[in-house]
Design a binder for this molecule. Structure first.
Ligand SMILES: Cc1ncc(COP(=O)(O)O)c(C=O)c1O
Length: 341
């Protein structure tokens, strides 16, 4: 193995840090080309590219971890490949074949191996595959050319405060996605649509925002860039909605919770149920689990308080177990982890 990069591993931000290489693949004339290695951070394209005008872009986010044994472990990459195919289909971009996705992701990690953080620093390598329309035109139509890139960045914890409860604002006058829109795929437009709500919440001192379903305004939907879960009476409950992103972390937590002896319910979660939960949290690749200490309802100012400043017992148990599997501290009974050669 090459020597590790000279970084302050214990104090990495959750942000972009330049590494040595990215990998790229062009789609032209109806087919994918060869995977190319690039050391430039720049992309040059026509100013009329569909990504710049009509938002033809989709992305993924996954993590690789270095274990105690120094081996690099990649978590559930096939799930990200599948979800990216759904995203591409959703906005009429060519699917990235699973084999190409795998080759690109594994190659970019290998090429940047010295940036995979050492074990025990609370850090990991964040992998960002993305695809966008580079073909140009003026009328609204899908591009005839695309570029798929994967870059990586070593990252520290998502929140500076670490695994501690945060406060969330439940908004009523912002929607992130429509029921039959693009909320269930990972396309850039969803994130642009959520920026104003996020800014509003952050200005009020909240960590992020919880959206209600945009049709009836009755049910918990997405929780910033994460899925929501609540725990009551030994049951892990998470929203079923056609406008939220199927979170791979959430799916994994459901399996782990079941394995640990809890019941699972994936169903509509009415706003009124917030008063019944014993623990609540948000889950996603970036933060794994963000325990929620308090939810404030935007229009009424009504508050739901869940903790005394500490993450709940079951939340903590799920967090430790998931991170343990990801880093290799706990045996991977589900076949979620791929060890890189
Ligand atoms: C809107 C949204 N919901 C949920 C998630 C969590 O998904 P995952 O656990 O696959 O990272 C993410 C992050 O990818 C997201 O952006």
């Amino acid at each position: 193995m090459s020597e590790l990069a000279n970084l302050d591993w214990g104090n990495l931000p959750f942000d972009y840090i330049r590494t040595d290489y990215n990998v790229r693949c062009y789609w032209k004339d109806g087919k994918w080309g060869e995977l190319e290695v690039n050391s430039s951070e720049q992309v040059t394209m026509h100013m009329g590219a569909t990504v710049l005008h009509y938002g033809q872009e989709a992305f993924e986010g996954l993590k690789a971890f270095r274990g105690k044994d120094n081996k690099i472990r990649l978590f559930r990459w096939e799930e990200n490949a599948k979800r990216m195919q759904n995203s591409c289909n959703g906005i009429l971009m060519p699917e990235i074949p699973t084999e190409l996705f795998k080759k690109a992701v594994f190659k970019v990690i290998k090429l940047n191996e010295r940036f995979v953080p050492p074990y025990g620093k609370g850090a990991s390598l964040y992998i960002r595959p993305f695809i966008f329309g580079t073909g140009y035109g003026v009328g609204v139509k899908p591009s005839n050319e695309y570029l798929f890139i994967v870059f990586v960045s070593p990252v520290g914890p998502y929140f500076k405060t670490g695994f501690n409860p945060v406060n969330m604002l439940l908004v009523k006058n912002f929607d992130r996605a429509a029921p039959l829109g693009t909320g269930n795929i990972k396309v850039g437009g969803n994130y642009a649509a959520g920026l104003k709500a996020m800014k509003f919440a952050k200005a009020g001192g909240f960590a992020n925002v919880i959206f209600l379903d945009s049709k009836e305004k009755k049910y918990i939907d997405e929780c910033g860039p994460a899925n929501f879960f609540g725990i009551k009476n030994g049951t892990y409950i998470t929203p079923k909605s056609e406008s939220i992103l199927p979170s791979i972390t959430n799916k994994s937590l459901e399996k782990l919770a079941e394995h640990l002896g809890y019941k699972i319910e994936r169903r509509k979660v009415p706003l009124d149920e917030l008063s019944e939960f014993e623990e609540v949290g948000a889950c996603g690749t970036a933060a794994v689990i963000t325990p929620i200490g308090k939810i404030v309802i935007q229009d009424t100012g009504k508050e739901f308080v869940y903790t005394n400043g500490e993450p709940g017992k079951i939340t903590k148990e799920l967090y430790t177990n998931l991170l343990g599997v990801q880093t290799g501290d706990i045996p991977d009974e589900f076949g979620w982890v791929t060890i890189l050669d």
